[in-house]
Every structure is written in structure tokens, then in C-alpha cells.
Design a binder for this molecule. Structure first.
Ligand code: AMP
Length: 142
């Protein structure tokens, strides 16, 4: 395996998991952590990461999917309810060529409303107060 395919323990999400970097957390248990994306493509854009040190879908142990996706589902329900969304888009980008920029597995949960287009991926930083307010709405919806 080339070095670039090896999990890097200093990636941003690993540092958030270790509380070395701040995040607007909405959910955490022994399996997963969920927090708001700082460059949201939609209001309430949330990321769910496993606590396992894996780069992407292809590195996840098959028997870890059930517990992890159960958390993705649980967080999705709270995001939809808390943000009063009409629907959701779930996304995952695998490898640099697939659009991945942070190499710790994550699913994007994007609240959707009819007729509201998504903003561009990784385009503009959101105001901290807006992230804080949206995180509070989602936390209250579990
Ligand atoms: P991906 O392109 O699927 O790897 O997505 C990485 C996502 O992480 C992007 O949508 C970024 O906006 C987001 N992101 C980068 N740094 C942070 C951070 N410190 N806290 C929260 N989200 C972040």
C-alpha cells in the first residue's frame, strides 16, 4: 500500500475526535461523533464520523458498518427534525479524485428544502454564531 493510502492520525477529524480542535458537536457515543460542517452546503450540514481510524468506505471493517450507519440514521433524523427540513441528501466522497479532502471516513447529511439549491462543496466559512444556533436546534431534536 503506498504511504498516501495509510491513515494519517493528524487529519483534522482525528484531531476533533481527540478534542485538539473545536467543533459544534451534535452527537457523540462510543461508535461515532457528529458535528457541523464549517463550510456548509446547506444550513445544518452535519458530518458523522466513526471513532475507528479509517480513511474511507473501502477501509471500514465490514462488521463496523451496522453500528456506524445506525448512528448516521439517528443523526439524520435529528438533523431533519431540528432543521425542519423537507428532505435530506446523504453524501460521501472517496479518495482525492472522488472529492474527499479530509481522510477520515465521514458521511455528509445535508438538509434539503424544495427549490433550495445546495451551495458549493467547501466554498465559504459559516459564521460561528450561525453554526452554534443550528447545532443547538439539532441537539434539541434527539
Ligand atoms: P470531504 O470533501 O468529503 O472530505 O469533506 C470534508 C468536509 O469537511 C468539507 O465539507 C469541509 O467543509 C469540512 N471541514 C473541514 N474542516 C472542518 C472543521 N475543522 N470542522 C468541520 N468541518 C470541516
Amino acid at each position: 500500500m503506498p504511504d498516501s493510502d495509510i491513515y494519517q492520525p493528524d487529519n483534522i477529524f482525528a484531531r476533533i475526535l481527540r478534542d485538539e480542535l473545536p467543533a459544534h458537536k451534535v452527537f457523540e457515543d462510543e461508535v461515532a461523533l457528529a458535528f457541523l460542517d464549517v463550510m456548509p452546503q446547506a444550513d445544518g450540514h452535519t458530518l458523522v464520523i466513526p471513532k475507528l481510524a479509517v480513511r474511507g468506505v473501502l477501509d471500514m471493517p465490514p462488521n463496523a458498518w451496522g453500528p456506524y450507519m445506525a448512528r448516521v440514521q439517528k443523526v439524520s433524523a435529528a438533523v431533519k427534525k431540528g432543521m425542519e427540513a423537507e428532505g435530506l441528501s446523504l453524501r460521501q466522497f472517496e479518495g482525492a479524485a472522488g472529492g474527499q479532502t479530509v481522510f477520515h471516513l465521514h458521511f455528509h447529511i445535508l438538509p434539503r428544502w424544495a427549490g433550495v439549491a445546495l451551495r458549493r462543496h467547501g466554498d465559504a466559512m459559516e459564521k460561528d454564531e450561525t453554526l452554534k444556533a443550528n447545532a443547538a436546534k439539532i441537539r434539541a431534536a434527539f
